[in-house]
Design a protein around this ligand. Structure first.
Ligand SMILES: CC(=O)SCCNC(=O)CCNC(=O)[C@H](O)C(C)(C)COP(=O)(O)OP(=O)(O)OC[C@H]1O[C@@H](n2cnc3c(N)ncnc32)[C@H](O)[C@@H]1OP(=O)(O)O
Length: 451
């Protein structure tokens, strides 16, 4: 039976900081970020946006776009590493927001949950729902990957920030992609990037403006998650490389394929924590699969030879054909954690639809990664009707009309000091307030739909 992605939608912040503005303020050569890492714009949530609004807006757009009867939606599974509560999932917020537009109790029999494993939680949600539809082919599932990739100011991750959500309708006989069931996996428990729970005492809180809002509801101490991760960038790259190469080899075994499996893939869709991560790391798989090309490179060490191989005609052609189309949106948005690999898929499909490429029945390969750390490698085949769905999505148009903000506005938004939204919200769910007064509801988030 064919099971896969039938339709797709997205919700991305409507404002961004041009990467050259950030580079100049941080004394970084703009070309390092633009030519070295492929970054152009960094999308940033407006005052009224968060992971819940991104997820709910992307989900509602998908339901309306495909005119789905809510009674047919059996599951809404959310991948995210930016949870707003340690108990109540984003999915619970999203369910009630969707019901506010689709009808009271319209999703009462829908199973919803969040899945968290850093950036790979959206892929875990997808695979869970694919299996569910394989067993229940008349049902529909929605997978939403929603995150706010926020890093500390002046940190090495600051220029890779971004935010947004991708929503996908998972059905039998899908119109965009059908997945095979084999998955290559590599997992190892490491500390390359994580968001630990930290415990603060009353005096810590009173001295910290960031956490002052909690003062008054405290007894002796309080545990909070910081939105920004603790990370070691270069170690995280090494973990990424270790996991993806192992998962790729495991995929070959699981799918009983030999030879250069990536050669069967028209597009290579990788987790992109920043635009050029895919092209900078796929070289490891390329070199493993082409030892003779690596041996022919000039260089004193293996590392030098690998570097030389990235500039070879064979590898540059592979990047241009199989990786570049998935990078276009990433360079305009930044990292969206769980949604990044699906944003790459959407970017690639929109690019090929514009080019009128015949992708029907072509295979695409997915190489996913989540810090902590896990990689999954799997493949899918493009369906006959993919273009009719993709042609109705205006990803590149939306990105071209995204609104630039200045550095001062960005810093205030980052520090949560901005008093008003930069752009007036329209036709979207917004974060209205967070409860501070009522002791039994303190921390509850209130949302509304702005017509
Ligand atoms: C979260 C995960 O998925 S784990 C995997 C990725 N990790 C992360 O995203 C964590 C957060 N981000 C980070 O820690 C950092 O931003 C990183 C690790 C992504 C990048 O680290 P940096 O030290 O800023 O950059 P790095 O040195 O790796 O690369 C800069 C590139 O720009 C190139 N460069 C530097 N200056 C210039 C210039 N003027 N013109 C052109 N290119 C330039 C460098 O040569 C290098 O490219 P190359 O290695 O292909 O030659």
């Amino acid at each position: 039976m064919n099971v896969g992605i039938d339709s797709i939608s997205f919700d991305i912040p409507k404002i961004h900081l041009p990467i050259s503005t950030l580079a100049l303020k941080r004394n970084i050569e703009p070309d390092k970020l633009i030519k070295g890492l492929g970054l152009h714009k960094m999308s940033f949530p407006d005052k009224h946006q968060d992971v819940v609004t991104f997820a709910a807006n992307a989900g509602l757009k998908l339901i309306k776009q495909e005119n789905i009867n809510p009674a047919e939606i059996a599951r809404i599974y959310i991948g995210s590493e930016s949870g707003v509560d340690s108990s109540k999932p984003i999915a619970s917020y999203v369910l009630s927001l969707l019901e506010s537009k689709l009808g009271e109790s319209s999703l009462r029999n829908c199973d919803v949950v969040d899945l968290t494993f850093a950036c790979i939680g959206g892929v875990d949600a997808l695979q869970n729902c694919l299996d569910y539809i394989r067993l229940n082919p008349t049902k529909k599932a929605i997978v939403i990957a929603s995150d706010n990739a926020k890093y500390d100011l002046e940190s090495g991750g600051e220029y890779t920030q971004g935010a947004g959500a991708i929503a996908m309708l998972i059905t039998s006989n899908p119109r965009i992609l059908r997945f095979s069931s084999e998955v290559g996996v590599s997992t190892e428990g490491v500390f390359d990037f994580f968001k630990p729970r930290r415990t603060f005492s009353k005096s810590d809180i009173t001295n910290s403006s960031e956490n002052k809002e909690w003062f008054g509801v405290l007894e002796n101490e309080i545990s909070v998650y910081k939105e920004q991760p603790v990370f070691d960038g270069h170690y995280s790259n090494q973990c990424y490389i270790n996991r993806i190469t192992e998962a790729y080899n495991h995929f070959k075994k699981e799918s009983q394929q030999t030879g250069k499996v990536y050669e069967n893939w028209t597009s290579i869709l990788m987790h992109l924590p920043y635009c050029f991560q895919g092209r900078r790391t796929f070289i490891e798989i390329f070199a493993d699969e082409n030892p003779e090309l690596l041996a022919n490179q000039i260089g004193e060490s293996e590392k030098d030879k690998l570097k030389a191989l990235t500039k070879s005609g064979e590898y540059v052609e592979l990047i241009n054909q199989k990786i570049y189309p998935s990078e276009i949106a990433s360079g305009q948005i930044g990292n969206i954690y769980t949604g990044s690999i699906f944003l790459g898929l959407l970017s690639s499909l929109c690019y090929h639809a514009q080019q009128n490429t015949a992708l029907e029945n072509k295979k695409v390969g997915f190489i996913a990664y989540g810090s902590g750390s896990k990689s999954k490698v799997f493949e899918a085949t493009v369906c006959e009707n993919w273009k009719t769905v993709i042609n109705q999505i205006n990803l590149f148009d939306d990105l071209a009309h995204n609104h630039p903000i200045d550095f001062e506005t960005y810093e205030k938004l980052h520090k949560k000091e901005l008093q008003h939204s930069v752009l007036e919200p329209k036709n979207e769910f917004v974060l209205a307030s967070i409860e501070k007064e009522n002791p039994v509801l303190v921390g509850a988030r209130y949302y509304e739909f702005v017509e």
